[in-house]
Design a protein around this ligand. Sequence first.
Ligand code: BES
Ligand code: ZN
Length: 629
Amino acid sequence: MRFTSFLLLLFVLVSCNTESSEADKKDAASNTQDPHSYANVHEIRTEHLHLELDVNFENQTIYGVARHKMSKHSTSEAIFDVKGLEIMKVTTGKEGKEKATEYSVGKNDELLGAPLKVKVGKKDRYINIYYKTTEATEALDWLPPSLTAGKEHPFLYTQGQAILTRSWIPLQDTPLSRITYSADVKVPSELMAVMSADNPKERNVKGEYHFEMRQPIPAYLIAMAVGDLEYVELGNKCGVYAEPELTASAAYEFEDVPKMMQAAEELYGDYQWDQYDIVLLPYSFPFGGMENPRLTFANPTLLAGDRSLVSVIAHELAHSWSGNLVTNATWNDFWLNEGFTVYFENRIMEALYGKETADILALIEFQDLTVALEDMTSGEHPEDTHLKLELDHRSPDEGMTDIPYVKGAYFLRTLEQKVGRAKMDVFLEKYFNEFAFKTITTADFETYLNENLLKPNKIDFNTKEWIYGDGLPKNCVEITSKRLDNMIALANEFNEGTSSKIPAFLRKKRGDFITQEWLTFIRSLKHDTDLKTMAMLDQKFEFSTKANPAIKSDWFKLCVRAGYTPARPQIKAYLCKIGRRWFIESVYQCLVDSQKDGDYEFALEVFEAAKDNYHFVSRSTIEEVLKNK
Ligand code: BES
Ligand code: ZN
């Protein structure tokens, strides 16, 4: 006993004395270069970041100081990422004992921004960057009161993933390294600030908030929201922040979140982040959800009223393991974040609602994947159908397709079928433990899989084909659902003009089927469905007017393809209100692809009216879509 503690002590002493570059070798991602960052993290890296932020809504500017505590190093220069920031001064030394130091901002690249190079002495451990954000910021969405639920107060939120954090904080913006952070934030006193850290439950009269994130996280997970927020508890260690107008419906929609947490912990081990809250953002938020640690950012389109879209919360919660605990080394390894998360999300849904529901969700994803594979195979980058991506010199955003998400999840499902669920679950729990708070590459995962699952069980598996091959391997599992097959059969009757099931169907109401059943029905109707049928369905089920945004998105695509122009006012209202990229991008794309008179002009007109309501992420995506006519 005493001897082992002695050995341990010796080990600790030896590892402390080694040069930091030596210690770095134990880091799984130590030899990896991130093509999307200038930071020299293999020479010097931030260990802790303290932020002092003054959030000014009048001139839509954050005035900030980013105080970096750096690792031991032997370099004379630290390189940070910046984009659209104004750097005022840079100092070294602890607060109060600061000395100005030389720095330079390199040439700005449209995609990556610029390197901020700071001169450091060998003993300098503190670098303080004084800065302010500008209009060119890509992470920040400053919203006027008119775009909030309450319509009285402005709102601000940030979106960091993938490489936007550098546009509101000067830092080493690469998931290769992890940092802890703290922040002192000042906001107008009638607003509340929350971050991906420990959060206030009450408003502070002076608008001053302090935050701590004690677990090391990658830079893309630093996030903040400021608005007229209040907190409702959903359970032990779990709650939701929302504008007062939305707290009741949010509490209803997300009632099962505590059960999700329990299910997740039973599957893959303890939740490591103490608290799990959700903040409901305005409609402009470009994603369904974003897994900021301790505080998922959620889109109000999730409030379907019938809990049919809560799998998005299961997804963001699952990221507390896959992504936030075990993080992709670069954006080329993005499938390690999203594929594992979609798989895990589905296991949570199965635990709560049963296999039928889980299979329905997995099938909807498979429908999306099939369309994506068709588009991508005939497109400019067929190699984007590989799980391991090569996005050098391209935006990491281009990797956000159904491949990392759905092909990634089907890879794990196929593997599960081969090895059996019991072994799969033991393996995954071990994997999350082994790499907790680490950053790993696809190759690290492959080695771990071979050593810990395949070899010990003498299993042959086509891992390489899944990860580095085109399209979908032949051994992909097949999932079926009677309920979705029924919707396909119904749609086919409309398509073929037969009617054995239609009379009974027309006696139903929209609420008699869940969102995913409607999606399947609408997707299965032929693209040139006649206008009489379109009008009849719309009148009967009120898709254009009353359906939830997920259903509307697919319905409006069909309206465009079928040339059902009476839906145009509703399409316009929808695209002006909602900024969730996956919902709106495909509707714009349909309008651009349409050969019908006036559709493209209509798309341009709608975008003109809607673009100020979008976050940069969606605005820039739609601009691209509209350019490629
Ligand atoms: N982390 C993603 C969102 C993201 C990915 C933002 C890449 C920026 C770059 C988040 O977890 C996500 O996947 N959201 C999905 C929901 C999910 C159920 C597929 C979304 O927003 O639709
Ligand atoms: Zn995700």
